[in-house]
Design a protein around this ligand. Structure first.
Ligand SMILES: Nc1ncnc2c1ncn2[C@@H]1O[C@H](COP(=O)(O)OP(=O)(O)OP(=O)(O)O)[C@@H](O)[C@H]1O
Length: 844
């Protein structure tokens, strides 16, 4: 069979980024042995040291001359050089040449050189080297040796070439035999499985030795490549491929041809570490996200595309996100913003080296210290809906400013797309469980509602101005990803398929994809595709394994070349952007190190606009509110928290703080006398409380210790606000007020002002009977509540983010679960340090 001529360039649609493939660290070159410096007086006796023909001849003749001179002067016995020449002819000329697989001719010439040089030297020592006869014969000897050596070298080259091409011919013939066998085998197999008689005309063996691709001609008539694609599972079974190996079928370079990628070794089961080179990349030339079965990297093109990543719990989604952020960090023209409502978990490792460089966190033993000036691996990290809203508003402002102020630039480049560069970076926003964020019921939470609206707006409007999103979701149902809009704007899709128990996430991303995901069940394995001109059809891939240490390495390796936000954008984003690392907004990231130390605030890079109350002279430092042992600061903390509450939820009747013990203590509300109408919202409050909410609070407060039945609240609202009110929204307000300790629910359907007194809290035996499932908020059932109870009781720890993570529920659902747990007496109200006590103890 001839060499394959088909252009299999389809395989290169996602070609290797230079250096993107895993680079095996090269072993450090061994320190060269120090040359011996000991001087020797022995004459040079190696006339055939490694030289070319000319230098060898010169070296041999000058060596012989020198030896003869020295030999004559020192009365060397004349037989010695001859003996050395004979030994050299045997040892070096013959032995070494045979070892180096040189030809007989070269061996003869080398041996003769030794013997001639040895003989001449012996003769010259005996007769005296300083004569015309000696000089002339030595010159003739040199020219002779040179010519012979040159001839031998030419001959050697020709022989070597001949030998190599014979070997290559043999290898090619063997390869051809192998290819021919493969071609025949697959022609027969395809006929067996589909009835189509194809003719395989090219076979390409993959460089990684894990499979091959074949290209075949269809017979015409009704035979189409899709019929072969439909039979890919049957073909894999017929070929007895190992589990985890799939056959990927595509149309060939012209219609009527088909290409099959056939994996024969399960690379999905391997652990492939993220390549450690961290070479620079660009958003314009594609970013590698993992490995194809043939070992090539799979690259995605995100300049204009959003991406949607689906991954069930445990499938390797967090690991994959690290690889995605690593790709962005390597780009010299990308800034990454991260949103993660699970305590910012996916972004924290990317920020840590920056915080260490500022002295805000201590490096962990054994890790490379982050040098001063290390920049954060992600440029903004939001862990709450409020911070996310700031980020999203900033992005909208950046979009508008870029549109207005870069008109000339775009005209110069003759493009309607912002010419992204290191000076004008693309902003990639990675939102963990972002798809769920869009579908979460906001329950009247203004921040959540705004966040949802803004994400959709960003997705729709910011493509040209270099802002794109990467959203993740646990599954791809419309209920989970909010709307089909998300999929419409996300031509890049990746479905991690390990752990898929129901449904097929890939088909939710690419409805017509024909990848056998049942074989892709290793962690980090799945299918990936990109629709559109830049794209490639859905294909199996394996994600790289990342680790916190690798993340750290990536941050340090890329810190110096990471871009900064262009001035136009930074100005447009204003304080929301400028203060993103301020203690007030980012202090949670370094609140206390692992050893419990509270550190000083951030350096000038993260200035605070607020006046500081400490004596610190570092600009912008104000972490005093964190020093809980300091009563004054605790008061400040209490005041700050109340201010936040007021800002977010409106002003309520305030306790007399002057009578409160130092420190935050919301229990003062227990002793409060009812019937005081709530104070009107302070004039300077930016966000005024919804009058309906104020009315409900007042209603509950005025009812005193007996509280109000829910039905009475509904009737009162209907009587007062005939123009409308929403029961779900009011229920959410009530739940929030419970969490804030402003009201409590002694039993289902009744609300009482103030937090639940401890002595009234139900015991394990007297907690209220579970409410019927129908009474629970949407998305929460008794089963989930029981799981939450068990989790909290067994760990004796209650936090919204823990529930969110462990039970895999959304941010809001976790908050509702906390409320329900409180209502059922499993946990107490929010304590003064922001935590909740677990009231129910484990059974044994
Ligand atoms: N590409 C990969 N190669 C090998 N192992 C991997 C890969 N990706 C993930 N894993 C392993 O799979 C396990 C789960 O990974 P990871 O935590 O990223 O999953 P997840 O989907 O985010 O899970 P969860 O939702 O529970 O946080 C980890 O032990 C991780 O080391």
């Amino acid at each position: 069979m001839t060499e394959p001529t088909l252009n299999l360039s389809y395989l290169n649609k996602t070609p290797d980024q230079p250096g993107a493939a895993p680079t095996t660290p090269q072993p450090a070159p061994a320190t060269p042995a120090k040359p011996r410096t000991k001087k020797t007086r022995t004459p040079p006796l190696d006339w055939a040291a490694t030289h070319g023909p000319v230098s060898g001849a010169i070296s041999a003749t000058t060596g012989a001359a020198a030896t003869a001179l020295l030999g004559a002067a020192t009365h060397m016995p004349p037989g010695w050089p001859l003996a050395v020449g004979a030994a050299g002819a045997l040892g070096h000329g013959i032995g070494a040449s045979i070892r180096r697989r040189l030809t007989g001719r070269t061996i003869g010439i080398r041996a003769a050189s030794w013997l001639l040089a040895g003989s001449w030297t012996s003769w010259a020592v005996a007769t005296g080297p300083l004569s015309w006869a000696a000089a002339g014969s030595l010159a003739a000897l040199g020219v002779g040796i040179g010519a012979a050596a040159s001839h031998a070298a030419t001959h050697e080259e020709a022989v070597e070439e001949e030998r190599l091409s014979a070997e290559a011919r043999a290898a090619a013939a063997e390869l051809d035999n192998k290819r021919t066998a493969i071609a025949r085998e697959w022609d027969e197999r395809i006929k067996r499985a589909t009835g189509i008689a194809v003719r395989t005309f090219a076979v390409e063996l993959w460089d990684n030795g894990c499979g091959y691709s074949i290209a075949a001609e269809l017979p015409g008539g009704s035979a189409t490549w899709t019929r072969i694609q439909a039979a890919s599972r049957a073909l894999a079974a017929d070929a007895r491929l190992p589990r985890g190996c799939t056959i990927h079928v595509e149309e060939g370079d012209v219609q009527g041809r088909v290409v099959l990628d056939i994996g024969t070794v399960n690379i999905m089961g391997r652990t492939e570490l993220y390549p450690t080179g961290y070479e620079p990349l660009s958003i314009l030339t594609g970013i590698p996200w993992g490995l194809l079965p043939n070992g090539d990297t799979v690259k995605v093109f995100l300049r204009e595309a959003c991406a949607l990543i689906l991954g069930p719990p445990g499938s390797g989604k967090s690991t994959f996100i690290d690889a995605i952020i690593a790709g962005f960090a390597r780009c010299t023209d990308v800034l990454t913003f991260v949103v993660d409502f699970k305590g910012g978990a996916i972004g924290l490792p990317w920020v840590r080296p920056y915080l260490e460089a500022l002295g805000l966190l201590q490096p962990v033993d054994g890790t490379t210290p982050a040098p001063k000036g290390t920049r954060p691996g992600v440029d903004w990290l939001a862990s709450t809906p409020e911070e996310a809203v700031r980020m999203f508003r900033a992005l909208i402002a950046i979009n508008e400013a870029r549109q207005q102020q870069y008109q000339d630039l775009m005209l110069r480049h003759d493009t309607t797309l912002l010419p992204v560069s290191a000076d004008l970076p693309q902003i990639e926003v990675v939102i963990d469980e972002g798809a769920e964020l869009l579908s979460a019921n906001s329950f009247g939470d203004p921040a959540m509602k705004e966040a949802q609206a803004l994400v959709k707006k960003i997705m729709r409007t910011t493509r040209a101005m270099g802002i794109r999103l990467v959203l993740t979701a646990v599954d791809g149902n419309v209920s989970a990803i909010g709307s089909t809009e998300v999929r419409k704007f996300s031509p890049v899709g990746a479905a991690l398929t390990s752990g898929e128990t129901s449904g097929n996430n890939l088909n939710k991303l690419f409805p017509r994809a024909k990848v056998d995901t049942s074989q892709l069940n290793e962690k980090g394995a799945g299918a990936i595709g990109q629709a559109g001109a830049d794209g490639f059809p859905p294909t199996p891939f394996k994600g790289w394994k990342t680790s916190p240490r690798m993340v750290r390495e990536a941050v340090l390796a890329t810190s110096a070349r990471r871009p900064t936000l262009d001035k136009v954008s930074a100005d447009a984003a204003g304080e929301d952007y400028a203060q993103r690392w301020s203690p007030e907004r980012a202090g949670w990231m370094w609140g206390a190190s692992t050893n419990g130390t509270v550190h000083a605030g951030p350096a000038a890079a993260a200035p605070s606009t607020r006046p500081t109350s400490t004596s610190s002279n570092r600009p912008g430092l104000n972490l005093s509110y964190m020093r809980k042992q300091d009563a004054q600061d605790a008061d400040a903390l209490a005041a700050k928290l109340m201010e936040e509450i007021d800002k977010q939820f409106g002003t309520t009747t305030e306790p007399d703080r002057t009578t409160t013990a130092p420190g935050l203590n919301l229990s003062y509300k227990r002793n409060q006398q009812p019937a005081q109408p709530p104070a009107p919202p302070a004039k300077d409050d930016k966000e005024e409380i919804d009058p309906r909410r104020a009315f409900v609070r007042q209603l509950i407060q005025s009812a005193g210790p007996t509280g109000v039945e829910t039905d009475d609240i509904w009737s009162a609202l209907t009587a007062k606000y005939a123009d409308g009110w929403d029961r779900t929204v009011v229920t959410t307000w009530l739940s929030k007020d419970i969490r804030l300790g402003l009201i409590h629910r002694p039993h289902k359907g009744r609300y009482v002002h103030g937090p639940k007194p401890l002595d009234e809290q139900p015991t394990v035996t007297d907690h209220p009977a579970p409410a019927p499932a129908a009474a629970l908020p949407d998305g929460i059932d008794e089963d989930l509540l029981a799981q939450a109870t068990e989790l909290v009781v067994s760990t004796q720890f209650a936090s919204q983010s823990m529930l969110q993570r462990k039970l895999r529920v959304g941010y809001l659902a976790a908050g509702q679960l906390m409320d329900l747990l409180e209502a059922r007496g499993v946990i107490g109200p929010v304590g003064k340090d922001g935590t909740r006590e677990v009231l129910r103890k484990p059974e044994n």
